[in-house]
Design a protein around this ligand. Structure first.
Ligand code: NAD
Length: 432
C-alpha cells in the first residue's frame, strides 16, 4: 500500500489507515495541535515485518507475511491485538495501531497503541498448521514483545489458544515465565475471569448509557448486531438480558432475522453444538425460528440500534443513507468510512465510535495484565464492576463534551484521546 503526502499530510491507499489519518487530522486541526506533534503522531514509532514459514500437512512450506506495529508508547507499553486475516497488510496494522493509541488514551489506561497479525486464511489451516504458524510468528516478533514494551492480545480469528502458543514460544526463548507479556489467555492459564465477555460488555454498557441519556427504555429498543463472534455475540446477549429485542444477528453465513426477537441463548447453543459440521457458524439457524435474509441486509432491517461487530467499512457512501437505526454502536474497528459518517451525521444518527464502544476489550486486558503483574486474581464480579464503571465514566466524558461543543461523539472522543497523548509527547519531547 502506497503512502503519499497531500497538503503536507500523510495519506495512504489503505482505506483503514487513510480513515484513521483523516479522522486524526480533523480532530488535531480543531484542537490547533502543532504541526510537529501532528506529523510525529501520523507515523508509527516502529513497524516490524516478518516472514512466517510454515510446514503444511503435505510437507510443503508456505511463507506467510506477518506484522507487528507500535504506533505510540508515549503513555506506556503498546497494546493491541494479533489478527489472522486473508488480506491483512502492514498499512492496515498501522491504522489499527493508531486507533489503539486513541482507544487506550481515551480509556484512561497506561498504554500506547499496537497491532499485528498474519496475512493468511485461517479457515484453510489445520490446528497443527496454525500452531506452527503462531509459534514462528511469536518467535519472530519476540524482540519487541514484553510486559513493559508491547503487550499483544487476541483479535480476529485468534483467541486464547493462539496466545498460549505465542507466549509459550517467547517464554522458552527468554528462559523464564512471563505471563504479563500478552493478554486474552485462557482463564485457567493466567487469564482473567470476565475477559471473554469484556468487549461485548463494553459495547452493551455504551448502548445502555446512550439510552439512559436519551431517556429511552431498553425494553422498547430493537437491536441488530452484525457479526456473531466474540464481540457481537456478547453484545447481543447482554443487550437482550437488559431487556432489548434483538431482531437480527449475522455472521459470514447470512443474516438471521426475527422482528419479534431472536433467542440469543439458543444462538449460542446452536453455534457451539457440532461447530465442525457447519464450520463453527450460524449456518442453518433459520430452522430455529427466524428468517434467513441476504448477508448485507442486516444493515437495513427495521431497528433502533445497529451494532456493527464484524468488518470494517460496512457503513459507507452506498449503505449509510439506507439504514433505519438511529443509533450506531461500533463494536468492530472502523466499520464506518468518513463518507458514511457524514451521511449518518446529516441524518441525525448518533454514532458511538469504535475506540470508545469497543474499549471494553482493552480495559479488560489491562485488568488481566495488572493481575498478572500482581500475581493475584480478582473475582469475575470485581472485574465486571470495574469494567462497567470505567466504560460508563468514559462514555459520559465523551457524551458531555459532544453535547457541550455540538460535535459528533467521534470528534469528541478523538479530541479527548489525542489531548492526553499529545500532552505527554510534548512533556517527554523528541530525542535530540
Ligand atoms: P471474531 O472472529 O470472533 O468474529 C467475527 C464475526 O464476524 C464472525 O461471526 C464472522 O462470521 C463475522 N463476519 C465477518 N465478516 C462478516 C460480514 N461481512 N458480515 C457479517 N458477519 C461477518 O472477531 P471479534 O473478536 O468478534 O472481532 C470483531 C471486530 O471487533 C473486529 O473488527 C475486531 O478488531 C473488533 N474488536 C475485537 C475485540 C475483542 O476483544 N475481540 C476488541 C475490540 C475490537
Amino acid at each position: 500500500m502506497a503512502d503519499r503526502i497531500v497538503n503536507g499530510r500523510r495519506r495512504s491507499d489503505d482505506l483503514l489507515l487513510d480513515t484513521a489519518l483523516r479522522d486524526f487530522y480533523g480532530a488535531a486541526d480543531e484542537m490547533n495541535l502543532s504541526e510537529s506533534l501532528i506529523s510525529m503522531l501520523s507515523y508509527p514509532e516502529r513497524r516490524l515485518d516478518v516472514s512466517v514459514p510454515v510446514e503444511l500437512e503435505d510437507g510443503n512450506v508456505k511463507v506467510f507475511k506477518g506484522y507487528r506495529v507500535q504506533h505510540s508508547t508515549a503513555l506506556g507499553p503498546s497494546k493491541g491485538g494479533i489478527r489472522y486475516a486473508k488480506d491483512l497488510t502492514g498499512a492496515e496494522c498501522e491504522g489499527l495501531a493508531m486507533l489503539m493509541t486513541w482507544k487506550c488514551s481515551l480509556a484512561g489506561i497506561p498504554y500506547g497503541g499496537g497491532k499485528g497479525g498474519i496475512c493468511c486464511d485461517p479457515t484453510k489451516l489445520t490446528r497443527r498448521e496454525k500452531e506452527r504458524m503462531s509459534r514462528t510468528y511469536g518467535a519472530r516478533i519476540a524482540p519487541i514483545i514484553g510486559r513493559w514494551s508491547d503487550v499483544p492480545a487476541p483479535d480476529m480469528y485468534t483467541g486464547g489458544q493462539e496466545m498460549v502458543w505465542i507466549m509459550d514460544t517467547i517464554c522458552k526463548m527468554l528462559g523464564h515465565f512471563e505471563p504479563a507479556m500478552l493478554t486474552g489467555k485462557p482463564v485457567d492459564y493466567w487469564g482473567a475471569h470476565g475477559r471473554v465477555e469484556a468487549t461485548g460488555r463494553g459495547v452493551a454498557t455504551c448502548a445502555l448509557e446512550l439510552m439512559r441519556q436519551k431517556n429511552l427504555d431498553p425494553s422498547k429498543m430493537k437491536v441488530a448486531v452484525q457479526g456473531f463472534g466474540n464481540v457481537g455475540s456478547y453484545t447481543a446477549l447482554l443487550l437482550k438480558e437488559a431487556g432489548a429485542t434483538i431482531v437480527a444477528i449475522s455472521d459470514t453465513t447470512g443474516t438471521y432475522y426475527n422482528p419479534k426477537g431472536i433467542n440469543i441463548e439458543k444462538a449460542f447453543e446452536y453455534m457451539n453444538t457440532n461447530p465442525q459440521q457447519r464450520g463453527g457458524k450460524l449456518n442453518g439457524f433459520e430452522k430455529e425460528g427466524c428468517e434467513k435474509i441476504p448477508l448485507n441486509d442486516i444493515l437495513f432491517v427495521d431497528c433502533d440500534v445497529f451494532a456493527p461487530c464484524a468488518a470494517q467499512g460496512v457503513l459507507n457512501q452506498d449503505t449509510a443513507g439506507k439504514i433505519k437505526a438511529r443509533y450506531v454502536l461500533e463494536g468492530a474497528n472502523s466499520p464506518t468510512t468518513p463518507e458514511g459518517e457524514e451521511i449518518l451525521k446529516d441524518a441525525g444518527v448518533i454514532v458511538v465510535p469504535d475506540f470508545l464502544a469497543n474499549a471494553g476489550g482493552v480495559i479488560g486486558s489491562y485488568f488481566e495484565w495488572a493481575q498478572n503483574l500482581q500475581g493475584f486474581s480478582w473475582t469475575e464480579e470485581e472485574y465486571n464492576k470495574r469494567l462497567v464503571a470505567l466504560m460508563t465514566e468514559n462514555f459520559t466524558k465523551v457524551w458531555n463534551y459532544s453535547q457541550d461543543k455540538k460535535v459528533t461523539m467521534r470528534r469528541s472522543a478523538y479530541i479527548a484521546a489525542i489531548k492526553r497523548v499529545s500532552d505527554i509527547v510534548a512533556l517527554r519531547g523528541v530525542y535530540l
